[in-house]
Design a protein around this ligand. Structure first.
Ligand code: GLP
Length: 240
C-alpha cells in the first residue's frame, strides 16, 4: 500500500486523473472501474478536460461499483444518472461498454450474479477508483460485510443513508438497499486507487491504513491488495 498525501482536493483529483490518463494511453483497450460520491468529481472534471485535449475512451469498458435499489437510471439521485452527468455524457465511451448495476431489476440477486459475470467476461477490472465512507465502507460494503462477498444486495446503514441524504429531498426518499460490487470483486481489480479528502475522512483513512484488517472497517482489506495507492489530502491524512 502506497500513501500519497497531497496539499488539497484539487491535487488529489489531478493526481488520480493523471493515473487514469497514463493507464489509458498505455492500454487503450482497458476495463476501468468507476465510483460515485462527491470525492471523484474533481477527477472526472480532469478526465473530461483530457478528453477534450484528445484522450480517447472509445475502446474502454467501464464498471461502476454500485447502484441504489429502486432508482431508475433517469432518477437524478441514481448513480447511473450521476455518471452520465459527470463523465459518460461528456467523453466518448460507447454506450454499450458502460456497466452500472440495474437498480430496477426485477430480481436483484440475479442482477448481482449477472453483473459479476459481465466483469469476468470483460477480463476483470484493470484500474478501479474508490472513495471511502466515514465508517470505512467501500462501494456499499458496510461494516460487517465478509471479505469473500461478490456483487450482492447490500443494506445501507443509517449513517450512510444520512451521509447521502443530501442528494435527496428528504431522508424518507433515501433507498435502504443497493446493489454493490463486493469486497472480493473489488479486490480482484489489478490496480486500485482510493481517494479521500477532508477532516471527516481522517479517522476512516487512519483505520484503513494502520488499523487491524477487519470486516468492521471494510477499507482495511486493501492492506492485503498488492497494488493499491491511497491519494489523500492533508486533512484526510491528519491522523497518519
Ligand atoms: C457512497 C458511495 C461510495 C462513496 C461514499 C463516500 O456511499 N457508495 O462509493 O465512496 O458514498 O462518498 P463521498 O465521496 O461523497 O464522501
Amino acid at each position: 500500500m502506497e500513501i500519497i498525501i497531497t496539499k488539497n482536493y484539487e491535487e488529489v483529483s489531478k493526481k488520480a486523473a493523471d493515473i487514469y490518463k497514463e493507464h489509458m494511453e498505455k492500454q487503450p483497450q482497458t476495463v476501468l472501474g468507476f465510483a460515485t460520491g462527491s470525492t471523484p468529481l474533481g477527477m472526472y472534471e480532469w478526465l473530461i478536460k483530457y478528453h477534450e485535449a484528445g484522450l480517447d475512451f472509445s475502446k474502454v469498458t467501464t464498471f461502476n461499483l454500485d447502484e441504489y435499489i429502486g432508482l431508475a437510471g433517469d432518477h437524478p439521485a441514481s448513480y447511473r444518472y450521476f455518471m452520465e452527468e459527470h463523465l459518460f455524457g461528456k467523453v466518448n465511451v460507447p454506450k454499450g461498454s458502460i456497466h452500472v448495476p440495474n437498480g430496477m431489476a426485477e430480481n436483484p440477486d440475479e442482477e448481482c450474479q449477472a453483473y459479476e459475470e459481465r466483469i469476468r467476461k470483460a477480463g476483470g477490472i484493470d484500474l478501479q477508483v474508490l472513495g471511502i465512507g466515514i465508517n470505512g465502507h467501500i462501494g456499499f460494503n458496510e461494516p460487517g460485510t465478509p471479505f469473500n462477498t461478490l456483487t450482492h444486495v447490500a443494506e445501507l446503514t443509517e449513517s450512510t443513508r444520512e451521509a447521502n441524504a443530501r442528494f435527496f429531498s428528504s431522508m424518507d426518499e433515501v433507498p435502504t438497499h443497493a446493489i454493490s460490487m463486493g469486497i472480493k470483486s473489488i479486490m480482484h481489480a489489478r490496480r486500485i486507487i482510493l481517494l479521500a479528502n477532508g477532516e471527516h475522512k481522517a479517522e476512516a483513512v487512519a483505520a484503513a491504513v494502520k488499523g487491524p484488517i477487519t470486516p468492521e472497517l471494510p477499507a482495511s482489506v486493501l492492506q492485503l491488495h498488492p497494488n493499491v495507492q491511497f491519494i489523500i489530502d492533508e486533512a484526510a491524512g491528519r491522523l497518519l
